[in-house]
Design a protein around this ligand. Structure first.
Ligand code: ADP
Ligand code: MG
Length: 364
């Protein structure tokens, strides 16, 4: 359906995309992941010509876009719907009008017909009740679902999503992801730039890892997330699954810690109980560590395969053993509230550190 060959995009002297090659088949769901600033948005924008590529070719349904004398950009954009991080709804129009305006103005559809179709699409994204609401009255998740309905109203052949959930409150991410998952089940062709790794794993047929302007590695979700072949992919995929929090003194910001941990857990659809449990366990351990004698690092690791959430508490190797210093009733209580608990000296980045490791049970 779409062939991208040797695509290049420069902004002045800055080369943002270097030699990008992708073939997209009908019905594929492709997730694009990678560090920020590597050109993921630019790639999507080059596909629907919001940016003009500086080299290479893009062929859509056999039609070469870049060398053609006259490219019908509006027609192309109709084929490729785009959903943005920031919704881009028309604020002065109701939800229903937002979904009707394209078909009426650009497809020449009658108002009655456009309204009928719009209501069907709004129903599909769970927004029929809000048809008469203005965008300002909606939550972020509702705005994004309205934006998806608007995109669908143009009958696109492919939808490009640019981080559709990254402007949302964590509580609203899953309602938008559910809608995208429904579209995938219906066979919609999609390219999704996302930071939601567990979602990317579940929904995609193929994952592209972008780094520094190239597709650095691509494969099935299992290949990319479980067995990445190249070093930078491995580092990225692992860093996304870990949550790090550094503590420099006894006055560390407990609220920041809790809310960042909650965001991390939300990403993997872990329950509120798991968050609370993890916070309590971390706090109990921290009470027994002298926090003024060197940095203490907390690393939460989530293993999607097993559903286990583990916590590593890393501290300077010189500190006295911690677990043996905890008085008996409390130590037993601690041991009972997690599925494993041990302490050892390990090597991290070439340095010896003392580590307490515990497994926080998760419900999956
Ligand atoms: P990503 O979506 O992966 O975070 P972007 O595609 O947004 O990355 O940006 C890649 C690089 O291109 C960044 O260094 C960014 O500053 C630069 N860039 C993006 N758009 C423009 C532009 N219109 N003019 C100049 N530089 C840009
Ligand atoms: Mg981006």
């Amino acid at each position: 359906m779409i062939q991208i060959q040797h695509l290049e995009k420069k902004f002045g002297k800055l080369t943002v995309l270097k030699d990008v090659n992708i073939n997209i088949k009908r019905g594929e769901v492709i997730s694009v992941i990678g560090p920020s600033g590597t050109g993921k948005s630019t790639l999507l924008r080059c596909l629907n010509l919001l940016e003009w590529p500086t080299g290479g070719s893009v062929t859509v349904d056999g039609e070469e876009l870049l060398s053609a004398d006259k490219v019908d950009a509006p027609k192309l954009r109709r084929k490729m719907g785009m959903v943005f991080q920031s919704f881009n709804l028309f604020d002065h129009l109701s939800v229903l009008e937002n979904v009707c305006i394209g078909p009426i103005k650009l497809l020449g559809m009658s108002k009655v017909e456009a309204t009928r179709r719009a209501m069907r699409l709004l129903k599909m994204v769970g927004m029929a009740e809000k048809a008469r609401s203005m965008p300002a009255e909606l939550s972020g998740g509702q705005k994004q679902r309205a934006a998806i309905a608007r995109c669908l109203s143009m009958n696109p052949e492919i939808i490009l999503f640019d981080e559709p959930t990254s402007a949302l409150d964590p509580t609203m991410v899953s309602e938008v992801l559910s809608v995208i998952r429904t579209l995938a089940k219906q066979g919609m062709t999609m390219v999704i730039v996302t930071h939601e790794m567990s979602f990317a794993r579940r929904v995609s047929t193929r994952v592209l890892y972008m780094d520094q302007g190239v597709i650095y590695e691509e494969g099935t979700p299992e290949e990319i997330f479980d067995n990445p072949r190249r070093e930078r992919t491995r580092v990225f995929v692992n860093s996304i699954r870990d949550f790090h929090f550094a503590i420099h003194s006894e006055d560390y910001d407990l609220y920041a810690f809790e809310s960042e941990l909650r965001n991390f857990c939300n990403k993997y659809f872990l329950s509120e109980e798991t968050v609370q449990h993890a916070v309590q366990l971390a706090e109990k351990i921290l009470q027994h560590i002298p926090l003024s004698e060197g940095e203490v690092n907390l690393v939460f690791r989530y293993a999607e395969k097993t559903g286990n959430l583990a916590l590593e508490v890393l501290m300077p190797a010189e500190l006295e053993p911690v677990l043996t210093s905890i008085p008996e009733p409390e130590l037993t209580e601690l041991k009972n509230s997690c599925s494993a608990l041990h302490e050892e000296i390990v090597k991290r980045s070439g340095k010896q550190v003392r580590m307490i490791k515990l497994f926080i049970h998760s419900e999956k």
